[in-house]
Design a protein around this ligand. Structure first.
Ligand SMILES: Cc1cc2nc3c(=O)[nH]c(=O)nc-3n(C[C@H](O)[C@H](O)[C@H](O)COP(=O)(O)O)c2cc1C
Length: 397
């Protein structure tokens, strides 16, 4: 699928540098002409010879190296012939350098000299990623047209479970194919350049180490929305409660457990989002006390005191600054009335209402209500089809 395409893979000094091997080999399998450019720090983490062997081309590590494979000024020749530059893993340092217009090594010079598309796969410690300066640089690069994939949540090299992992090489290749095609087969890229944050699934509020208060949400609606938005060209972040569903390719997934975790993940990822769709079924109440040891079956009855959880949607409604905010209402009665109340209380732009019986199902009958009270009714559709109808309505806002 990448026949005739020249791809520069920038490898920087992150612990995930070894994953560049799989990325290069996957790109080669797609018949791309792959050139690897490494920073000095990257060469300390992985040997250029490995990447030279996998790519079949010399590896650029030095801006001032002598003539390279018949290219007299390698950085300019490569910058001009590239169809896409993928930087994976990309350190906080390189993000900062590119955003700051610095070109003091082979990679940043090539990036600056190239008009090719740029796809950046950041990988770093969670606090580095959350650092406001890093986020500011990321936003500046996005505005300048650089595409980002990831980072994702998972077990980081420093041992913590948090955001910062490089996206999977398979997902990066898929995203590169999509960017080079300029479109996704069979879909309209009408969300291209838009950042969309979607929540999905239910939350689990711990009672003790083995028990929780949960709900029946399967995550199907949120995952369908994430897939639809990604296919329509959006840069999608999916904050997901526990579910058995596989994450759609190319989507950044942040896994959370409870309402508090979802609140933190959503607020941390809120800046820079154009659209936020809250499809998750977040618990309204959690046990006031979480027991650290498993409760024993002793007395005939036990009392469980519950406290209100944080209201994510209300916080988003208060903070919203140009972001389109879409909520969901799963109701058993007075559907429209309840949904309209929720919409005005939470300062939403749209609310999607369905019957609570649609939870766990593959299809649903949805109504989309806007601020003016206009109701768009859809017959029973698969959740994937409903997702497209919802995105159509968001785009009409
Ligand atoms: C073992 C090790 C692992 C590192 N992993 C990362 C990382 O994953 N992400 C990151 O941004 N920096 C990481 N660093 C720090 C960078 O290597 C450092 O900021 C360096 O200046 C980056 O150089 P470069 O961006 O030119 O490749 C790591 C450093 C060491 C020693």
């Amino acid at each position: 699928m990448l026949n005739g395409k020249t791809i520069i893979v920038g490898v920087t000094g992150g612990i995930a540098a070894y994953k560049a091997c799989e990325l290069v080999s996957r790109l080669k399998k797609q018949n791309a002409d792959v050139w690897v450019v490494m920073t000095r720090e990257a060469t300390k983490l992985i040997g250029p010879i490995t990447l030279r062997t996998l790519s079949g081309n010399p590896v650029v590590t030095d801006l001032f190296a002598d003539e390279l494979a018949g290219l007299p000024v390698p950085h300019i020749a490569l910058a001009q012939k590239a169809d896409i530059i993928i930087i994976a893993p990309c350190t906080a340092n390189i993000i900062g350098k590119i955003a700051g217009g610095i070109a003091d090594d082979a990679l940043t010079t090539i990036v600056m000299a190239s008009t090719a598309r740029k796809l950046i796969a950041p990988a770093m410690n969670c606090e580095m990623w959350r650092n406001p300066l890093v986020q500011k640089n990321v936003n500046e690069l996005r505005v300048a047209g650089h595409e980002f994939i990831g980072p994702e949540a998972g077990k980081l090299a420093c041992g913590v479970e948090d955001i910062g992992k490089m996206s999977k090489p398979r997902a990066i290749v898929k995203q590169a194919i999509k960017l080079l095609a300029g479109d996704v087969e069979g879909s309209t890229p009408d969300l291209h350049g838009k950042r969309v944050l979607i929540t999905a699934g239910g939350t689990r509020e711990a009672i003790d180490p083995v028990r929780f208060i949960g709900n029946r949400s399967s995550g199907k609606m949120g995952y369908a929305l994430a897939e639809a938005a990604q296919k329509r060209g959006a840069d999608v972040t999916l904050v997901s409660g526990p579910t058995a569903l596989a994450a759609p390719d190319g989507v950044t997934v942040i896994k959370v457990e409870d309402a508090k975790g979802m609140h933190e993940a959503v607020l941390a990822n809120r800046p820079g989002q154009n659209i936020i769709i809250m499809a998750a079924a977040v618990a309204d109440y959690r046990p006031t006390i979480t027991y650290w040891q498993k409760l024993k079956k002793e007395s005939d009855t036990i009392k469980l005191e519950l406290s209100k959880t944080v209201d994510i949607l209300a916080d988003l409604g208060r903070l919203k600054n140009g972001t389109r905010l879409i909520g969901f209402a799963a109701e058993t009665n007075d559907h429209i009335e309840n949904a309209k109340t929720k919409m005005s209380e939470k300062n939403l732009d749209l609310i999607v209402v369905n019957d609570a019986s649609a939870i766990e199902q593959d299809s649903s009958e949805i109504k989309i209500i806007d601020k003016q009270g206009k109701i768009e009714e859809h017959p029973e559709l698969s959740k994937r089809e409903s997702a497209d109808r919802i995105l159509d309505a968001v785009l009409r806002l």
